[in-house]
Design a protein around this ligand. Structure first.
Ligand SMILES: [Fe+2]
Ligand SMILES: [Fe+2]
Length: 186
């Protein structure tokens, strides 16, 4: 079934606002670790699980579809888009790595050095923020330009229709700490 690309773009922008809130929570955990405090590992685990089940599995594939549209309809606006798939892959790799480290700590199976955890978490936050900034400041406005000139429909049938488990569904089980930690306005 075809979806208006404008609707999809609005969803992508909302996803970014939600991801920014979660990254702020993750940054708080880094600050705790830097101050030699033990971070809330339950929250840490939920954040990294969220990042891998929603942004990596749903948000990035949705973006890939809309960027494909841009590439085919407006090659004149497609400069640099060829780097996006690699960035999405790298973000997924860093996220999975970090999730596995947190899992190992929670399972008591491995000792992950605090410095390594701080470095990996900071790198992940930095990378994702930089990527989102590029999209918001450069790529999404190009899609606006395309859609202002001519509305486009996108076919999302190849995507799994997974709702955001935290911000849309507010699933208590599995994301309890994360839901409790969200600021009231989120
Ligand atoms: Fe992206
Ligand atoms: Fe994005």
């Amino acid at each position: 079934m075809d979806t208006d690309a404008r609707e999809l773009l609005a969803e992508l922008r909302l996803d970014h606002r939600n991801m920014a809130v979660v990254l702020d929570l993750l940054e708080d955990l880094v600050i705790q670790m830097e101050n030699n405090k033990d971070p809330d590992f339950e929250l840490f685990d939920e954040i990294m699980r969220y990042m891998t089940v929603y942004p990596d599995a749903v948000h990035h594939p949705k973006e890939d579809i809309v960027y494909d549209k841009l590439r085919t309809q407006r090659p004149d606006l497609a400069d640099g888009l060829e780097h996006v798939p690699d960035e999405h892959r790298e973000l997924a790799r860093l996220g999975t790595l970090l999730r596995d480290e947190v899992d190992a700590v929670n399972a008591g199976a491995a000792v992950v050095r605090r410095e390594k955890m701080i470095a990996d978490t900071s790198a992940y936050i930095e990378h994702l923020r930089r990527h989102m900034y590029w999209e918001e400041e450069d790529l999404f406005p190009r899609i606006d330009t395309m859609l202002d000139a001519e509305p486009q429909a996108v076919d999302l049938s190849a995507l799994e229709h997974i709702k955001d488990p935290v911000f849309e569904l507010e699933i208590e089980a599995g994301f309890r700490r994360l839901l409790e930690s969200l600021p009231p306005a989120a």
